[in-house]
Ligand binder design. Structure first.
Ligand SMILES: Cc1ncc(COP(=O)(O)O)c(C=O)c1O
Length: 468
């Protein structure tokens, strides 16, 4: 038995993997990774894979990045962790100063959590509690977009709308108000992204007009709905939303957990609409893909609503044991240094253009209905019928065929249902981008031509998208 197999057998005897039907591994090999370097991951037999999805969207500057490694190594000899209530430390203070410096001006306070979903919980709780402290206890609902994703904890799922993740747990979820997404894939022919986004905003305006007295906040994934299939929309929607939230006295929460740190082309997506949310949620790439950390960055107005004598019980008594972990903060500081020293946002423009060029011909493919891009994220939508954008039945798992082909060729692509996407680390080269696009298009050929024979189960989830 080769080394990969040995590790796979040991793994399958004791592990339960995330977002996985474990039975799939009766046929699908599990890839044990021994080491990483730059965009490459290497298994125990020396086979290498380009990490085209930045290991679930977290990695920015490659695996085993020497600059980030050094900062963590230096930090580990100083302080590995300390409770953040009543105590503090240098990396968390410096990181908070840096985050406040690079986010929009009105954001002046950082509260930490240790993963994206709990960061969303913090923002929701803070928003609700703010209104309570300001004497408006009826403001306790949240408006969200259809097809949105904000994480896997109960409240985060409640404001999400990807049926694959939420449908099963419907009985447990909080009530939220769902407004149709401005998703520009669904725009009518001949309508621009901007026009469609403006038109779709009318439903949001109406929801706010009707419900603002009971709504604490609107929460959105700005510009790109990630887990919902990398669906994109125009910044004008964010501009209109900010204006309406102000008018209706409702908070605006930007979940930039997936899109922050340059993914959309600017450091933060909100910059493209020149607006400032009341809460900015950050995680994933915050540490360059090294360690779990999340931050909710908010305003002085929000902070001041909690600032009072202890006996008033206005304090935000929320905590996680590893809040503001020094090693994670050190990784984040090294990441922010790289952004500055290497002028990353400017350099990425050339990389984004390479992605545009490399995929330019794909739209001619008979089963590709759209090739869309925002900054460093490129998505390719496979369809059954291009003329009417008819989707493949989710049971056919077309994306899984692309995934399998990519593994053979040396790439980690993990389509979201029938959406193949590239979300690479920023250290990728133009040649590696071309290599990935070649693999993706071969995979799409295989996935769309092959005869599919799957037992169709009853249509339990009408809008189900299989993550592959
Ligand atoms: C937009 C968005 N919000 C929240 C989350 C949840 O983050 P985590 O997986 O760290 O809990 C994700 C994860 O993919 C995400 O894409």
């Amino acid at each position: 038995m080769n080394l990969n197999n040995q590790w796979m057998q040991r793994d399958l005897a004791v592990l339960w993997h995330p977002c996985t039907q474990m039975k799939d591994h009766q046929q699908l090999p599990l890839i044990p990774i021994k080491r990483g370097e730059g965009v490459w991951l290497e298994d125990f037999e020396g086979k290498r894979y380009i990490d085209a999805i930045s290991s679930w969207w977290v990695n920015l500057f490659g695996h085993a990045n020497q600059r980030i490694n050094k900062r963590i190594k230096d930090q580990i000899d100083q302080l590995e962790h300390v409770i953040l209530a009543g105590f503090s430390h240098q990396p968390v203070i410096e990181l908070s100063e840096r985050l406040i410096e690079i986010t929009p001006e009105s954001l002046t306070r950082c509260f930490y959590a240790d993963n994206g979903s709990s960061c969303i919980e913090v923002a929701l709780k803070m928003s609700f509690h703010y209104w309570l402290n300001r004497g408006l206890p009826k403001k306790k609902r949240f408006i969200t977009l259809t097809n949105s994703y904000h994480g896997e904890t109960i409240a985060a799922m409640s404001i999400g709308d990807v049926p694959l993740f939420t449908e099963t747990y419907k009985a447990l979820l909080l009530d939220s108000i769902k407004v149709p997404s401005p998703d520009c894939y669904l725009r009518p022919d001949g309508i621009s992204w901007e026009e469609h986004s403006r038109n779709m905003f009318l439903a949001m305006e109406q929801a706010l007009a009707e419900n603002h007295n009971t709504v604490a906040a609107v929460i959105i994934e700005p510009l790109i709905q990630g887990a919902g299939g990398m669906r994109m929309y125009h910044p004008v929607y964010l501009e209109l939303l900010r204006e309406s939230c102000d008018r209706y006295n409702v908070h605006l929460i930007h979940d930039e957990i997936a899109v922050g740190f340059g993914r959309t082309g600017s450091m933060f997506a909100c910059e493209q609409a020149c607006i400032c949310p009341d809460f900015l949620c950050l995680s994933k790439a915050l540490t360059g893909g090294y360690l779990p950390l999340a931050a909710v960055v908010t305003t002085e107005d929000v902070y001041s609503a909690f600032y009072d004598d202890y006996q008033t019980l206005r304090a935000f008594l929320h905590s996680h044991s590893y809040t503001g972990n020094p090693l994670a903060c050190a990784a984040a500081l090294a990441t922010l240094d790289i952004f500055k020293e290497d002028n990353v946002i400017v350099k990425n423009k050339a990389l984004a253009q390479c992605m545009t060029k490399a995929t330019a011909n794909l739209i001619d493919h008979p089963h590709i209905s759209e090739v869309r891009q925002t900054g460093m994220i490129m998505a390719i939508e496979m369809v059954q019928d291009k003329t009417n954008k008819a989707a493949y039945p989710w049971q056919e798992r077309r994306g899984l065929k692309v995934f399998k082909h990519a593994l053979k060729r040396g790439a980690l692509l993990r389509p979201l249902g029938s959406v193949v996407y590239l979300l690479p680390p920023y250290v990728i080269t133009p040649e590696q981008i071309s290599f990935l696009v070649e693999i993706a298009s071969e995979g799409i050929d295989i996935a769309t031509n092959s005869k599919v024979s799957v037992a169709m189960s009853k249509d339990f989830y009408p809008n189900f998208r299989d993550p592959g």
